[in-house]
Design a protein around this ligand. Structure first.
Ligand code: FAD
Length: 444
């Protein structure tokens, strides 16, 4: 059917990209937009339900000119939103960024042609004193063994993830978007296939939500709802919080992001609860299980939710702290969880109409760097639906199963980890998890 602002649009997933899409469609005047999710915003399984995410206002796209074009287009649009859109602006903290690596291989990766350089305003960091001087005295007390890196004082920083997502959803609701949430009413169990097309989605309570266009924004769960032809690899990362005292929170305010691409990253403690979030860095965990729905019993990486992390991940967090802030290295975690994202083979986004189902639009493939695009990504998804993407974006974002044939599921995809974790890992092999009390409780 032809598309107009009177068309019924159904968005599956009210996470990072689903909320952004809802907002952009409402701003474009679409009057009948409905979003389905098992959870109200912020969904505890959304990758965006998090204290903070890194925002790099620069391009790191490598040597390919078209990739650079796409990456710049995305970053320009995101930057515009973080700087000027009242929905997002309050949640952007332009505190700068320290980027570092330890091994030769990772350094080489960091120092690509479009990577940080003095010419583009980065300050080189070579000694432990250099690193320590990027933050107030008493914050970075570590030895920084073998670290080399760069410091950018402006033009980068972090964003409050959960608050940005809630803000987008709130504005979408104000503009008339309807969110239907809940285990029964909001959880999509399958898409509706009729007349060689996708005509909407069925929720767990049996309701058939018919729509003129269906937009799949289910993040790491998208591959369980639609055959993505191996273009998405659900992969999880690990995050942990440490409770800071009010005095520490004051000292740690407005810190630059610190990110060693083989060790991990942290940002300043959050303003509400004074918790410092960190992630240990590694190429990710899959959860390989037999796909019971397939005849050939193939293995798939199946996301699950857990508000704990593997003990080995806790150890990596603490090793990272010992190198940077040893005074915090033994403090108990106040919170931890695994957090799922979906990697395409080349980590470019997949934002496209489906070639065979004319009314299905895909907005997936965040690939570990999809959060900082929340101000604008929904506009690109709306452009895909309206056939307005320019040729280069269309090419980059396209449905591309040919790139996932015989996919190497263990590919590091440009990521690094410390020794022992410099590989894609499997939750099936993890026997020991943290046991952090007083948590939200485990879903599933
Ligand atoms: P999500 O936000 O996960 O949303 C998916 C939604 O689908 C959820 O709300 C879920 O409830 C819903 N859903 C699931 N199943 C169903 C169903 N059956 N029916 C209906 N709805 C369903 N990016 C950055 O830019 N900077 C960073 O620093 C950064 N750090 C990260 C750190 C970690 C630990 C992780 C895991 C990711 C990080 N990312 C970062 C990546 C970023 O978070 C993701 O790319 C982005 O949030 C993905 O958004 P999404 O909308 O695709 O998925």
């Amino acid at each position: 059917s032809s598309l107009s602002t009177a068309s019924k649009i159904l968005i599956v997933g009210a996470g990072t990209w689903g909320c952004s899409t809802a907002l952009h469609l409402a701003r474009r005047g679409y009057k009948h937009v409905t979003v389905l999710d098992p959870y109200p915003v912020p969904s505890p399984i959304s990758a965006g339900t998090d204290l903070n995410k890194i925002l790099e206002l620069g391009s790191f796209a490598g040597d390919d000119a078209d990739e650079r074009y796409v990456s710049n287009k995305l970053l320009e649009a995101a930057t515009e939103g973080w700087r000027n859109d009242p929905v997002f602006k309050p949640h952007f903290h332009e505190t700068g960024c320290v980027l570092a690596a330890t091994s030769d291989e990772a350094r080489k990766h960091m120092n690509t042609r479009d990577g940080p350089s003095e010419a583009s305003g980065w300050i080189p960091l070579r000694t432990k004193e250099d690193f320590q001087a990027t933050m107030p005295k008493g914050v970075l007390t570590g030895e920084f063994p073998g670290w080399q890196g760069w410091w950018m004082q402006k033009g980068a920083g972090w964003v409050h993830a959960r608050k940005s997502m809630e803000s987008a959803a709130r504005e979408a609701v104000r503009l008339g978007v309807k969110f239907i949430t809940g285990e029964q009413a909001g959880r999509v169990s399958s898409l509706i296939y009729e007349s060689s097309d996708v005509k909407g989605a069925i929720t767990a309570d049996g309701t058939r939500h018919y729509a003129d266009r269906t937009i799949l924004c289910a993040g790491a769960s998208a591959a369980a709802l639609f055959d993505m032809k191996d273009q998405l690899r659900p992969t999880a990362w690990t995050l942990a919080h440490i409770k800071m005292t009010p005095e520490e929170a004051k000292l740690y305010k407005d810190l630059p992001v610190l990110f060693n691409i083989e060790r991990g990253f942290f940002m300043e403690p959050d303003e509400d609860n004074h918790e410092l979030k960190m992630c240990d860095e590694h190429p990710g965990y899959c959860n390989w299980v037999s796909d019971t729905s397939a005849q050939d019993a193939r293995q798939i990486s199946s996301p699950f939710s857990r508000h704990q992390i593997p003990l080995e991940s806790e150890e990596r967090c603490r090793a990272f702290l010992r190198e940077t802030m040893p005074h915090l290295a033994d403090r108990p975690f106040s919170f931890a969880r695994i957090c799922w994202c979906a990697d395409t083979p080349n980590r470019a986004f997949l934002i496209s109409k489906h070639p065979d189902y004319a009314s299905l639009v895909l907005g997936v493939g965040g690939s570990g760097h999809g959060f900082c695009h929340i101000p604008a990504i929904g506009g690109f998804i709306a452009d895909a639906m309206e056939d307005k993407l320019d040729d280069k974006l269309k090419q980059s974002f396209r449905w591309r199963p040919e790139t996932a044939q015989a996919r190497d599921w263990k590919d590091l995809q440009g990521r690094f980890g410390p020794q022992g974790a410099n590989k894609v890992m499997d939750f099936q092999e993890i026997k020991q998890w943290t046991n952090i009390g007083e948590q939200l409780g485990e879903q599933n």
